[in-house]
Ligand binder design. Structure first.
Ligand SMILES: [Mg+2]
Length: 422
C-alpha cells in the first residue's frame, strides 16, 4: 500500500500556524517578481546555511516583513496600482473563484474581504523540512516529492486493513505537532495514491482499493503529468476520462517509453517504488519585468540570474549537464534554447555558454518581458570531458568558482560580481 501526503494550501496553512487570526477567513499568499537582484546597489540577500530540504532555493531576500501596501502597491501617476499574483489561496477564498497565478487585483475584485499576506519562504522551507523529518520518523521509506508532498511505502509496515486508521492518526499528529492540515491518499500504486489525495482534500483521508473503478469517471486533466497538450491529443481521440485509457493501450505504446510509463501509472500497474533519495531535479530562476528593448541590459540581467544559479548549484554540490535559457518577448513570442554541457560546472563556463545561447536567440525587433534560466540533468560525479585541454581549464576555473562561493557564503551573494554583470 502506498501513501501520499499533501499539505492543504501549504503557504496559507503555514501563515495560519504562526498567525491563528487568519484561520477560517479567506486568505491568500501573494508573490511579486523580485527585481531587486537587478539593482546596481548591494541587495539585501539572506543566505540559508542549513542545507536541508532541496525544494526551495537557498537564497532569500529580506523583504518578507513588508506589509501588503509596501509589497504589492505601486504608485503610478499618483494612483495606487495593485501588483503581484496569488501564490496560494485558502479554501474560503477559492469558494469565490480565487485561483493560483491570478493577479492579486483580480482576486480582490472577486473576494474584497480576502487578506493577502506576502510570502515568507524561510518559514515554508523550515516547516517543510520539519514535517519531512516527522513523516520519516513514522514511515520507514519516504520520498519528498515537492515542498509540500511526500510519498511513502507502507508495505510490511502497516497492514492493509489498518492503513486508513494509520493515515488518520498521522494526520492528527501533524495537526497537533505543527498546526498544519494535510490530506492523505492511499492506493495499491504510487501515482494513484497521489490522485487519491485530490479526492481527500481538504483535510481528508481517501483509500482506493479498486483502481479501475476509482478512475472510471475522473477527467484526464486530473492525473499528474497530463498537461494541456496531452489533454488535447487525448480529446481528439475521444478520450475524456481516465477510465477510457485502458481501451487505448496501443496509443500510449506509440508514444514510446514515457507513454507506456504514463499508461501504467494511470491504471495502477506501474511498478515504481519510493525513492527516498529523490530530490531536486533542476534549479531555475525566472523574472518578469516591464518591457525592455536594450539587449545589453537583457544580457546583464541574464548574467545576474546566472550568478544566483551558480550559488545554488555550488551549495547543492551537484553538476548540471543541461543549461537552458528562455526569453519571453511581447506579443507571446518566445525564444529558447538548451545546451548539453558535459563538463565540470564553473561560473565562467556557465556564463560563457549563456552568453553564446543569448547571442543566438536574441531578437532586436521585440521587447523582452521575462527571463527564465534553468539547469538540470544533475550528476554528482565528474562528467566526461571532451579534451585534456578543456579538463585543465575546467579544473582551474572550478577552483576559482569554489573560492568565490566560499566568499559569497561568508559575505553575501553580491559581494563578488563578475565583469560581465556590469
Ligand atoms: Mg499542497
Amino acid at each position: 500500500m502506498f501513501i501520499h501526503i499533501d499539505i492543504d494550501s501549504f503557504f496559507v496553512s503555514a501563515e495560519r500556524s504562526v498567525n491563528p487570526t487568519l484561520k477560517g477567513k479567506p486568505v491568500a499568499v501573494g508573490g511579486r517578481s523580485n527585481l531587486e537582484i537587478f539593482s546596481r546597489k548591494r541587495t539585501h540577500i539572506r543566505l540559508m546555511d542549513d542545507n536541508s530540504g532541496a525544494f526551495v532555493a537557498p537564497v532569500f531576500y529580506s523583504d518578507h516583513e513588508k506589509n501588503f501596501k509596501e509589497k504589492f502597491i505601486d504608485i503610478i501617476d499618483g494612483r495606487e496600482k495593485i501588483r503581484g499574483i496569488i501564490t496560494t489561496s485558502s479554501y474560503e477564498a477559492r469558494a469565490y473563484g480565487v485561483k493560483t497565478a491570478m493577479p492579486i487585483a483580480q482576486a480582490l475584485q472577486l473576494c474584497p474581504q480576502m487578506i493577502v499576506v506576502p510570502s515568507h519562504y524561510l518559514l515554508y522551507h523550515k516547516l517543510s523540512h520539519q514535517i519531512h523529518a516527522f513523516v520519516a520518523s513514522k514511515i520507514p521509506v519516504v520520498e519528498q516529492f515537492s515542498i509540500d508532498e511526500f510519498f511513502g511505502d507502507l508495505s510490511g509496515w502497516v497492514k492493509e486493513e489498518d492503513a486508513v486508521a494509520f493515515a488518520k492518526q498521522l494526520q492528527a499528529e501533524l495537526l497537533a505537532q505543527f498546526d498544519i492540515p494535510v490530506s492523505i491518499g492511499l492506493a495499491p500504486s504510487k501515482w494513484v495514491a497521489k490522485l487519491a489525495t485530490e479526492s481527500a482534500k481538504p483535510y481528508g483521508v481517501y483509500l482506493v482499493t479498486d483502481t479501475q473503478a476509482y478512475i472510471q469517471n475522473i477527467p484526464i486533466s486530473r492525473f499528474p503529468g497530463i498537461g494541456r497538450k496531452l489533454q488535447e491529443k487525448l480529446h481528439t481521440r475521444g478520450i475524456k476520462t481516465l477510465g477510457e485509457i485502458s481501451l487505448h493501450r496501443h496509443l500510449f505504446e506509440d508514444w514510446g517509453r514515457s507513454g507506456i510509463q504514463l499508461y501504467h501509472r494511470i491504471l495502477g500497474s506501474s511498478t515504481e517504488g519510493i525513492n527516498p533519495k529523490a530530490g531536486r531535479k533542476s534549479v531555475g530562476i525566472s523574472r518578469t519585468f516591464d518591457p525592455l528593448d536594450d539587449p545589453e541590459e537583457i544580457r546583464r540581467r541574464i548574467m545576474i540570474m546566472a550568478r544566483h544559479i551558480c550559488y545554488i548549484i555550488m551549495g547543492l554540490e551537484v553538476t548540471p549537464t543541461l543549461y537552458y535559457l528562455k526569453i519571453h518577448y511581447q506579443y507571446g513570442v518566445r525564444a529558447k534554447q538548451s545546451r548539453r554541457v558535459e563538463r565540470l560546472f564553473t561560473e565562467q563556463l556557465y556564463k560563457e555558454t549563456l552568453t553564446d545561447i543569448f547571442a543566438q536567440i536574441v531578437r532586436d525587433d521585440l521587447s523582452a518581458i521575462k527571463l527564465t534560466l534553468n539547469v538540470s540533468d544533475f550528476t554528482t560525479g565528474h562528467p566526461r570531458t571532451l579534451s585534456l585541454l578543456e579538463h585543465d581549464t575546467d579544473l582551474k576555473a572550478r577552483a576559482l568558482t569554489e573560492k568565490i562561493h566560499e566568499v559569497r557564503q561568508k559575505f553575501g551573494l553580491d559581494v563578488i560580481r563578475t565583469a560581465n554583470e556590469l
